[in-house]
Design a protein around this ligand. Structure first.
Ligand SMILES: [Zn+2]
Length: 256
């Protein structure tokens, strides 16, 4: 079977000097492709190296995370645009809203909108981060009219109501280890309500390690465990869910 981790950060310092083993372990668990997201200059430099070293395995994205919205200016925008023209770069992200952090909401919203405009200019799909900001994330995505470009709700953690709203906008829902957590009943309901053609899987490594390894450092290979858990919930085989989510990820990221 072939599994696509739609959101991971093996370019983060937590994996320094270990990426070869991490990619190898992922392959051993059938995680054959991954979207690696950069969030600053060092993580972008690392990502460029990874794309060169693992063509057809590692794909890239970069964006200004809502927690860093205060750093967004013309210079950073130019840097993002330049990087997004690089080989293997297939999405802009992660971008969005995080109302759990202390960055002013208006600033976050402006930076989110500006980056959606940039994605539209570059014809790239977006990877969306949303924490405690469903209403505003939805409103902005609706107003900005993503259209055919579409995007991914990364580590979707809402209920079936919000799942339906974002699905109607054409978004794909990516499920992380969060769905395996005991108290995530809402997220499981959202997963059950979503059509299989719009479901992706991810780790968000090094964060959000799925049960039963919760608390340890996450890595792309563990997408396998989330996928197996989700397939069981749905009453289909892991192979079936792997096939469809792999196809979905390639489709939204325009990977041939
Ligand atoms: Zn992330």
């Amino acid at each position: 079977m072939k599994i696509f981790d739609s959101h991971t950060h093996i370019n983060a310092p937590q994996f320094e000097g270990e990426t070869a083993e991490v990619v190898q372990r992922a392959q051993a668990l059938d995680v054959t492709k991954m979207l690696v997201l950069a969030y600053d200059k060092p993580s972008m430099q690392k990502l460029t190296e990874l794309i060169k070293r693992y063509p057809g395995i590692v794909y890239g994205a970069i964006g200004c995370h809502p927690e860093d919205a205060a750093r967004y200016d013309e210079r950073l925008k130019m840097f993002l645009e330049q990087q997004l023209h690089g080989a293997g770069m297939v999405a802009l992200g992660e971008i969005g809203l995080d109302y759990y952090c202390s960055v002013p909401h208006d600033l976050q919203k402006d930076v989110f909108r500006e980056q959606i405009e940039l994605a539209q200019k570059l014809s790239l799909p977006i990877s969306v981060h949303n924490r405690d900001a469903f209403e505003d994330t939805y409103t902005i995505l609706q107003e900005m009219k993503l259209g055919k470009l579409g995007g991914i709700m990364h580590s979707f953690n809402g209920n079936a109501f919000w799942a339906n709203k974002f699905l109607k906008l054409g978004m794909f829902l990516s499920f992380s280890g969060v769905v395996t957590f005991k108290n995530a009943t809402d997220v499981r309901e959202a997963f059950m309500a979503a059509p299989l053609e719009r479901i992706l899987v991810e780790t968000d490594a090094p964060y959000l390690t799925p049960a039963p390894n919760r608390g340890k450092r996450n890595e792309p290979g563990y997408t396998r465990y989330t996928l197996e858990y989700l397939a069981q919930l749905r009453g289909i085989t892991a192979e079936q869910l792997a096939n469809i989510s792999y196809k979905n990820t390639k489709k939204i990221l325009r990977i041939k």
